[in-house]
Design a binder for this molecule. Structure first.
Ligand SMILES: NC(=O)c1ccc[n+]([C@@H]2O[C@H](COP(=O)([O-])OP(=O)(O)OC[C@H]3O[C@@H](n4cnc5c(N)ncnc54)[C@H](OP(=O)(O)O)[C@@H]3O)[C@@H](O)[C@H]2O)c1
Length: 293
């Protein structure tokens, strides 16, 4: 059976949608803290089980009978690695044969703070008794296109990424790649760097301008000033600092990959920046910042 944690999350839900087109529902185990939110999947025959990384005793029973497990990291910076460590231990106990771990592009070489727990998780998995496969996800494009409302309001996108490129991909494309790796044989032990077509923040501003006719520019700031601007916009100081660090990381190339692994897995070009911006504008996206990292 194929299992995944984080089943009600934005990425997990999309992985489930794509998995259901590839394997029978009865072979899927969707693991979540909130089984009631997946009642639609229970009706379709998916096995929905409850577990919480923060209650490690709940994990082994949820993993029983699962051969391949997509271990979606939690959303809280600083908690991810201890949660994954407990989950890997539980997976060993339950007899899981392979863990597929979605980490970050360039994990291992990135100096970005957000990447460090993924590097720890990858190291742990490599030294564990379970076969491991790594999906090094590029930045979700939605983290940037979700701010087009604010960009249009202020006529500017702020950041500290300079000319740094983001190999952004939509959650849907990254989730489809995960479903392919889970459903097909032949991926075990591999590391995929999953990036879409690369763009700078200036490219994003130009694309929003092109599609809306409203001028939006990219304004590059020193990291500390960008963190201050985010904090001034209501984000907690620590989180503002973390986000500014991820922006500066792009200037060092940490969010960029020239790998075509995503296109090869999908057997098509990933969704482009232009399509993602159009989708965000169609959805009338609010001026929000993704607080999860
Ligand atoms: N590549 C990127 O750019 C990028 C950006 C942001 C985040 N991420 C990472 O990708 C993950 C998935 O992204 P997303 O957009 O789907 O985030 P999301 O919508 O916030 O979902 C986070 C998921 O984490 C699970 N989770 C949180 N705490 C948990 C706990 N204590 N025990 C078990 N599960 C827990 C939740 O599962 P249930 O609620 O179903 O229990 C939820 O489905 C994030 O958690 C984060 O690690 C990557």
């Amino acid at each position: 059976m194929i299992g995944l944690t984080g089943a009600t999350g934005q990425y997990g839900r999309l992985v489930l949608q794509h998995l259901l087109t590839r394997v029978p529902a009865e072979q899927i185990v969707a693991i979540t803290r909130k089984p009631a939110d997946l009642a639609d999947l229970t009706e379709r025959g998916v096995h929905v089980r409850q577990a919480d990384y923060d209650q490690p005793d709940t994990l082994p029973a949820a993993f029983i009978g699962v051969d391949k497990l997509l271990l979606v990291p939690g959303a809280v910076y600083g908690r991810r690695f201890p949660q994954i460590r407990d989950a890997v231990q539980a997976a060993v106990q339950a007899g899981v044969s392979e863990i597929v771990y979605p980490s970050f592009v360039n994990t291992g070489s990135t100096r970005m703070n957000l990447g460090q727990e993924h590097a720890q998780a990858e190291d742990l998995l490599r030294s564990s008794d379970i076969a491991a496969t790594f999906l090094r996800n590029g930045p979700y494009i939605e983290m940037y296109t979700n701010t087009v409302g604010m960009a249009l309001q202020y006529g500017a996108i702020l950041g500290s990424s300079g000319q740094g490129r983001y190999s952004g991909a939509t959650r849907a494309d990254l989730a489809e790649a995960a479903a392919i790796v889970l459903a097909e044989a032949g991926h075990t032990g591999k590391t995929y760097e999953l990036g879409g077509s690369a763009f700078t923040q200036a490219d994003l501003a130009a694309e929003v301008t092109r599609q809306t006719g409203t001028s939006v520019v990219y304004r590059d700031l020193p990291e500390a000033d960008y963190a201050q601007a985010l904090a001034g916009n209501g984000l907690p100081q620590d989180f503002a600092g973390l986000l500014a660090d991820t922006s500066t990381a792009a200037s060092r190339g940490d969010w960029y990959t020239d790998s075509d692994d995503l296109a090869r897995l999908l057997q098509r070009p990933p969704t482009s920046l232009s399509e993602a911006v159009a989708d965000a504008l169609r959805a009338g996206t609010d001026a929000t910042l993704d607080p999860r990292g």
